[in-house]
Write a protein that binds this ligand. Structure first.
Ligand SMILES: *Cc1c(COP(=O)(O)O)cnc(C)c1O
Length: 397
């Protein structure tokens, strides 16, 4: 059994804050600062250029990738770190399209995170081969998979509502129709057990600053199924994905296996922070985590229904098709969220009217949930949100 009081103690959580936004930016794990300092002072500072070999910087993207692989049900050697998730979406889609050259349709849904769709749109335009990005309602995805689809590109858990796609059945249907599948695991990795191998997914991508607590700007990951790795031709053919970067050949030859999905110099300090943040997963059973997450979100929903009639639940009621968050619809959601944050309950807001709350059992418990709802109910009851300072929109919501 995972000891969640122990994991909670492993995070720096400011006094007086109930943090329900770990689905957007995970908090600082206790060991990260010391490891970052070590990387800066002892590695960069003392080893200088030698650290690429001596401190293992060059091997780090794959070493950390292997640890992520365990969390997403992928074999060692199938995940590599680097860049941002937007870039990894682009890479995965470019490679997938090249593996299915006769077809022109990329199928996605309008619950996807906009950057995934933006990156797809940009890629398709620069390919100039009359590809089509077909975006349907999430409920219509399954019926829209047919033998015109080259690539099915979906985010597993909807960032807005927490609605979760059935990864196994959609992957199977796509494969039956001859399409490749890319799963974006931004809101899944570190939130629940994912079984990429069991689903036979072709590609997966995700970020590490949400449920994996790698810190702002932590590098993203990409997974390519082992049997496809030597067939994919990287579109972003940077030197560190080359077979022999230090041969300095003028021609690009892709590296072996997943290494070819590397692009350029990795963010070493940032990746060291992520590597330290991943230590906690050695002590966590993902099934325990998921069970706790469901308990917390069910409690939240039950209490909101009892105490806050002003809002409606925008997330699926069935916890089996809901990720690790609950969203509430409220006309004045932005102001209400600002009022909540002013009282130490931190969630976030997604336009036009969605108040979002993440439930992260590593450091959130039932007390937090009960207290958060009580404070929310008070704000709604007294219209405490109805003040000019709570309506001023910041850049990041
Ligand atoms: C958070 C998130 C992103 C963010 O992309 P970055 O390149 O890391 O800024 C992209 N896609 C999804 C589905 C997300 O949830």
């Amino acid at each position: 059994m995972t000891d969640f009081s122990k994991t909670r103690a492993a995070f720096h959580l400011p006094e007086g804050v109930i943090y329900l936004d770990g689905n957007s930016l995970g908090p600082l794990p206790a060991g990260v600062e010391a490891r970052a300092r070590h990387a800066i002072e002892s590695e960069w500072g003392d080893m200088l250029i030698r650290a690429w070999n001596q401190a293992g910087w060059m091997a780090q993207p794959k070493r950390v990738g292997d640890r992520i692989a365990k969390l997403i049900g992928a074999p060692a050697g199938s995940v590599v770190m680097g860049d941002t998730l937007s870039i990894k979406v682009y890479q995965a889609l470019a490679s997938a399209l090249e593996l299915n050259p006769e077809r022109k349709v990329v199928l996605s849904d309008n619950g996807n995170f906009p950057t995934d769709l933006y990156m797809a749109d940009g890629l398709l335009r620069s390919l100039g081969k009359e590809h089509e990005l077909r975006v349907v309602d999430p409920e219509a995805v399954e019926a829209s998979i047919d033998d015109t689809v080259a690539v099915l590109m979906l985010t597993h858990v909807d960032y807005r509502t927490g609605r979760m796609h059935d990864m196994a059945s959609l992957t199977k249907k796509a494969h039956d129709c001859g399409a490749l599948v890319i799963w974006d695991l931004a809101h899944s990795a570190g939130a629940m057990r994912v079984d990429l191998t069991g689903c036979n997914a072709d590609f997966a991508v995700g970020c590490t600053y949400k449920y994996l607590n790698g810190g702002p700007g932590a590098p993203a990951f990409i997974h390519v199924r082992p049997d496809l790795q030597d067939k994919v031709r990287p579109a972003l053919s940077g030197w560190l994905g080359h077979e022999a970067p230090f041969a300095f050949d003028l021609d690009y030859r892709p590296g072996a296996g997943i290494e070819r999905m590397r692009v350029g110099t990795p963010p070493v300090v940032q990746m060291t922070m992520l590597e330290a943040a991943l230590d906690i997963w050695d002590e966590v059973d993902l099934d325990d985590l998921r069970a706790r997450s469901i308990e917390l979100s069910e409690l939240f929903i039950a209490e909101v229904e009892k105490q806050a009639p002003q809002v409606t639940i925008a997330s699926p009621r069935d916890p089996q098709i809901r990720g690790s968050q609950v969203s509430l619809k409220f006309e004045h959601g932005y102001a209400a969220m600002q009022a909540l944050i002013a009282r130490g309950v931190i969630g976030d807001f997604r336009a036009p009217d969605m108040m979002r709350f993440g439930f992260t059992p590593l450091y959130i418990d039932e007390n937090d949930v009960r207290q958060a709802v009580e404070i929310l109910a008070g704000i709604l009851e007294t219209r405490a949100w109805d003040r000019p300072e709570f309506t001023k929109r910041e850049k990041v919501t």
